[in-house]
Design a protein around this ligand. Structure first.
Ligand SMILES: C[S@@+](CC[C@H](N)C(=O)[O-])C[C@H]1O[C@@H](n2cnc3c(N)ncnc32)[C@H](O)[C@@H]1O
Length: 298
């Protein structure tokens, strides 16, 4: 992995930005006319889309609360940070004196906003870099400081994994990040999906078509279309990490007592997972176990 001289792409004002689209669906108040009309069009195609966004946000809220309250993690790095007006992170993390939130993004508009936010809060930092070029994020002073004392952190990846269709390349990219995370660190991830829908059922089949159409809509001269993955594919991306209970679920179901036992996508159409970086001892035990059983991981 090499460090790069990296500059964000030019500011794009001619097409809808994923950050402001999300902000629009979550009523954050930063959307321009172009995103308002994108969202209206997308919601006409897929009336349950606003719900997909809100369920995803609620999952991230629960997962962050879990990281803070159950794992005592107070330092967060979110790649594809977006416009944190609608982010839940600050409410949970910043009350701790050791709390720190680092937002990384590649969108010039988002970066300008994040720079301003970081200049106003000691506990917030902003990194300009491209998720797909890990050196642009990992080899920055802010991230080297964040990781320097070996205390577990939480890496949040929501809204970035589905922007590429090459699962193997994405797994390799993720590996660059996870190998730098101290043992005990967590990864919170979401991914768009149509897994779990029953294509023999007319309503489900319609949803599959709507979701695929909306994924295409993201494609502009500046942004890629979205790709869908199954739970198995998301599990493959998280290989080497310990998937925490309840495993990979739909966002609406993850640690949600109101939806316990409900395995249907229920229109959330977005997968959720929280996984931990194993301690060296656990990683060693699992390698030793494989050796002892005579099996090879490959
Ligand atoms: C859908 S928004 C999600 C924002 C935020 N995570 C949230 O949930 O509100 C996706 C964000 O990822 C950023 N992004 C997309 N591709 C990226 C990349 N390759 N590297 C860094 N940021 C990226 C976009 O600029 C945008 O701010």
């Amino acid at each position: 992995m090499v460090a790069h001289q990296w500059e964000p792409p030019e500011l794009c004002t001619c097409c809808a930005s994923p950050a402001r689209i999300k902000d629009c669906f979550l009523n954050g108040g930063q959307a321009w006319e172009i995103e308002k009309s994108w969202c209206a069009n997308a919601a006409r195609i897929m009336p349950s889309l606003p719900r997909v966004y809100s369920e995803e946000r609620e999952f991230v809220r629960r997962a962050i609360r879990f990281a803070v309250q159950e794992r005592d993690i107070h330092r967060f790095l979110t790649i594809g940070g977006g416009l944190p007006d609608t982010e839940p992170m600050d409410d949970y993390v910043l009350p701790f004196t050791s709390g720190q939130v680092v937002y990384a993004d590649k969108d010039r508009y988002v970066l300008a906003y994040l720079d301003l936010l970081a200049s106003e809060h000691d506990q917030i930092d902003c990194v300009r870099g491209d998720f797909h070029v890990p050196g642009t994020i990992l080899f920055t002073d802010v991230i080297e400081d964040l990781l320097s004392d070996g205390t577990p952190i939480c890496l949040v990846l929501n809204g970035v994994l589905d922007a590429t269709d090459d699962t193997e390349a994405l797994a390799a990219t993720l590996g660059c990040y996870t190998e730098r995370l101290p043992p005990g660190s967590l990864m919170i991830a979401t991914h768009a999906t149509v897994d779990g829908l029953d294509t023999d059922n007319t309503a489900d089949l319609a949803l599959v078509g709507q979701m695929r159409q909306v994924c295409q809509l993201f494609r502009t001269p500046h942004w890629p279309q979205r790709h869908l993955r199954t739970a198995e594919e998301l599990g493959h991306l998280l290989r080497g990490l310990d998937l925490l209970e309840p495993g990979i679920t739909f966002t609406a179901n993850w640690a949600n007592p109101r939806r316990a036992g409900d395995r249907r996508p229920a229109e959330s159409l977005c997968l959720a997972a929280v996984a931990a970086v194993p301690s060296l001892r656990t990683a060693y035990a699992s390698v030793a176990g494989v050796r002892a059983s005579g099996r090879c991981a490959r």
